[in-house]
Ligand binder design. Structure first.
Ligand code: FES
Length: 90
């Protein structure tokens, strides 16, 4: 009887641990500046060209700019993310 009680407690502890543990699969950012506690990007408005694409998928090798990596990501998992396009009015 006590073995069943101990086994039940162990199962509850393991389940509580698994529920409380956050997986790295929860992370949006899988590759950009992972050594930093927070990724903050600054771009001066004066440095923008007439059309600039900013990454919103966090897969770009040129982050914060889009390099087209979202296409591979979307094909791989069926997602539909794409860049933020800033266009200068003429
Ligand atoms: S590479 Fe991330 S939105 Fe294009």
């Amino acid at each position: 009887m006590s073995y069943i009680l101990i086994a039940g407690v162990v199962v509850l502890v393991v389940v509580a641990y698994m529920l409380g543990k956050r997986s790295t699969n929860d992370h949006v950012n899988s590759c950009v500046d992972k050594h930093k506690p927070k990724v903050v990007s600054t771009v001066d408005i004066e440095d923008l060209s007439d059309a600039t694409a900013f990454c919103r998928c966090w897969k770009s090798g040129k982050f914060p700019y889009c390099d087209g990596s979202h296409n591979k990501h979307n094909k791989g998992c069926g997602d539909n993310v794409g860049p933020l396009l800033l266009n200068r009015r003429s």
